[in-house]
Design a protein around this ligand. Structure first.
Ligand code: T4K
Length: 395
């Protein structure tokens, strides 16, 4: 995949992506597809979706897993089923789907700053954002790191608010040793192609609340109870059988996917150690993490180049690293126009959005690719320091 550096050619002949899909055993996948075709049952909660739901519920140690067509619709339906209205407090440092899922149904996302260490919503900042219109809090377990769930629960109890967790990154991760999935009123997963466990497109709502699960099932299927009776407004949030087929096959390889991610994360961390101003963010060793995001933090002052300059140079070499997440949602439309001064209350978010980027990992990347990416980063940062201090010998 890679080739020796030549001045006019990128280092990698083929682009090295962040979010290249992991694909499990193809023979098993094909066998399941054949079975699905023999069944002539392609959607509407067929046998593969039911099996996938029960395997996900078991994996996440939660009573109900309701499979959905994607994570965004799963968020929208969960928000609606929880009765959130008015204003909901949410981090801006997330993928824009978290905010859009609210605004789509005319609920105002009220952006809250994040903790500089965990990069998840800062409970110390939540209470000052609560108004009489606030109905809920959405925490995002960013890069699989759990929010401060105990603190958020305590605030929600004090103010009678609903709590939803966007766990799009957090399958197989833990909070205080307990698997993500059962926390808050509900949690939402994404199985998008770029997630370490994918169903092509897909998502799920997880909850231990029977009544909520029933409401969500109704809403995801047009409000149907039985064949002819519609008892409420609903939409189409169903997962197709082919997606569950992919999910079941990938679930059988989940340990292999996490193993590859974990190895790559260590390789990047060790390989980039000691570069002034650069840090591969570590995950709390007391918790489980799926290691699907390798996040680098760049201190431009010390490194001698900005995050954007480094990303640009890597991309020119076909290393398509991504700025997950930049800019904050508050700097995207329509929020930017609605709340032009939101950034004043989001100093940590603003700083993080300028510093972090993610590197390619997953089963589509091998040790040699990573070694080469490390070499490029070392080369670019060394040159930047030399350019800044030409008289000094830089290691
Ligand atoms: N909440 C959070 C916190 C999320 O991160 C997300 C999704 C959601 C909610 C919503 O869940 P979903 O509705 O998506 O289920 C990507 C994904 O589309 C999105 O799912 C994900 N988060 C987000 C972090 O990343 P983009 O716009 O960056 O995708 P794109 O097309 O630029 O692809 C990313 C990289 O992956 C590219 O380098 C190409 C590569 N790629 C992509 C696809 C689709 C492949 O190699 N193969 C592929 O099939 O949003």
């Amino acid at each position: 995949m890679s080739r020796p550096a030549e001045p006019h050619l990128p280092s990698f002949a083929e682009p090295l992506h962040v979010g290249r899909p992991n694909i499990g055993d193809r023979d098993k996948l094909m066998a399941r597809i054949n079975q699905m075709l023999d069944n002539r049952w392609l959607t509407n909660r067929g046998p593969f979706v039911r099996e996938f739901e029960s395997k996900i519920a078991e994996y996440c140690q939660v009573k109900h897993a309701i499979a959905m067509c994607n994570g965004t619709i799963a968020l929208e339906i969960a928000i609606r089923a929880l009765g959130m209205t008015g204003e909901v407090i949410v981090p801006s440092f997330t993928f824009v789907a978290t905010a859009h899922a609210l605004q789509w149904q005319e609920i105002t996302p009220v952006f809250c700053d994040v903790d500089p260490v965990t990069c998840t919503i800062d409970p110390a900042r939540i209470e000052q954002l609560i108004t009489p219109r606030t109905t809920g809090i959405i925490g995002v377990h960013l890069w699989g790191q759990a929010c401060d769930i105990d603190a958020i629960d305590a605030i929600a109890r004090r103010h009678d608010l609903k709590v939803l967790y966007d766990a799009a990154h957090a399958l197989g991760c833990s909070y205080r040793g307990q698997v993500i999935g059962r926390f808050g009123d509900a949690e939402v997963l994404s199985f998008h192609a770029t997630k370490f466990l994918n169903t092509f497109e897909g998502g799920a709502v997880l909850t231990n609340n029977d009544a909520l699960a029933e409401r969500i099932r109704l809403m995801q299927n047009f409000g149907f109870r039985g064949h002819d009776t519609v008892i409420d407004i609903g939409t189409n949030g169903k997962m197709a059988e082919i997606c569950a087929v992919m999910g079941l096959t990938n679930l059988e390889s989940i340990d292999e996917f996490v193993g590859a991610n974990r190895r790559h994360h260590s390789q990047y961390r060790d390989g980039l150690a000691g570069i002034p101003g650069l840090r591969v963010r570590d995950y709390d060793p007391r918790e489980q993490n799926n290691h699907q995001y390798v996040i680098v933090d760049v201190d431009a002052e010390v490194a001698g180049l900005t995050r954007d300059a480094l990303v640009e140079q890597l991309q020119a070499q076909n290393v398509l690293c991504r700025r997950y997440f930049h800019p904050g949602c508050h700097r995207m439309e329509p929020y930017r126009s609605y709340f032009p001064n939101a950034g004043l209350l989001l100093p940590v978010t603003e700083a993080l959005c300028e510093r972090i980027f993610s590197l390619p990992t997953g089963t589509a990347v091998d040790d040699e690719d990573i070694g080469r990416v490390i070499g490029l980063v070392r080369d670019f940062t060394t040159r930047a320091r030399r350019a800044r201090h030409p008289a000094t010998r830089v290691a």
